[in-house]
Each structure stands twice: as C-alpha cells, then as structure tokens.
Write a protein of this length. Structure first.
Length: 127
C-alpha cells in the first residue's frame, strides 16, 4: 500500500471516529423519578437524569396533567419550577402545589455543551 493511500485511510478513519464521538455527545435521558409508566404517590419533585452535563439556561421542561378523575382528556399545564441540581446532569421539576390523582406527562428539552437541543417526554400516574 502506498504512503498516500495509507495516509488517506488513516485520515478517513480518524474523521469517522471523531464524528461518531461528537454524535454521542448529545444529552440523553437515562432515568427519571418517577419512572416512565409508573403509578405511585404524588412526588414532591421530579428528577430527570441525563447522560451529559446540562446547559441550564437552555434546558427546561413542562409538567402537564393529561387526565384526572371527572375530567378525561383535558391537558392542563401544572405550575412548577425547573432547576438544575448539585449534579450537573440532573434537572429538577418542583410542582408549586401537591399533585392530585391523575395522569401526567413531562416534556423536556436538554442542551449540553455541544448546544444541540434534544427533546423527549415521559408519562406517569399519581394514585
């Protein structure tokens, strides 16, 4: 193999590795508390744990009640504060008042140092 072909191949492999590493740098939701699909008592706070440190000024979430006894299919935003935590990979949602029985959805937006926003959602129920 000629030196030119070897150098070209090495450059292509290095570029591929760098691009794949950059693609993995987006924050992904690893776990949440309460967990997706759970049914439990009303949480005092909701924690979202991501794979990357968050840029808090560009990250956020909405807490939405999607169903409650006597009021099916009536999505309603729930007042809550959204903040970071001591762990830079964690987002915390604190409802302004205790959550009542019903179904809830969290819609989140996470931005890490690569500035590429990732979005997602999960749902849980309160007994």
């Amino acid at each position: 193999m000629s030196l030119f072909k070897t150098t070209t191949l090495a450059a292509a492999l290095t570029t591929g590795l760098l691009l794949s590493a950059a693609a993995q740098a987006h924050p992904k939701l690893i776990t949440s508390n309460p967990a997706d699909g759970s049914n439990s008592v009303a949480p005092a706070k909701i924690e979202l744990h991501f794979s990357e440190n968050l840029t808090t000024q560009f990250s956020g979430a909405k807490l939405i009640m999607t169903d409650m006894p006597g009021m099916p299919n009536s999505p309603m935003g729930i007042k809550a504060t959204i903040s970071g935590s001591d762990d830079p990979k964690t987002m915390v949602i604190k409802p302004a008042s205790p959550l009542s029985s019903g179904s809830y959805k969290v819609e989140w937006r996470a931005v890490s140092s690569d500035t590429h926003p990732m979005t997602g959602n999960f749902s849980f129920k309160v007994k």
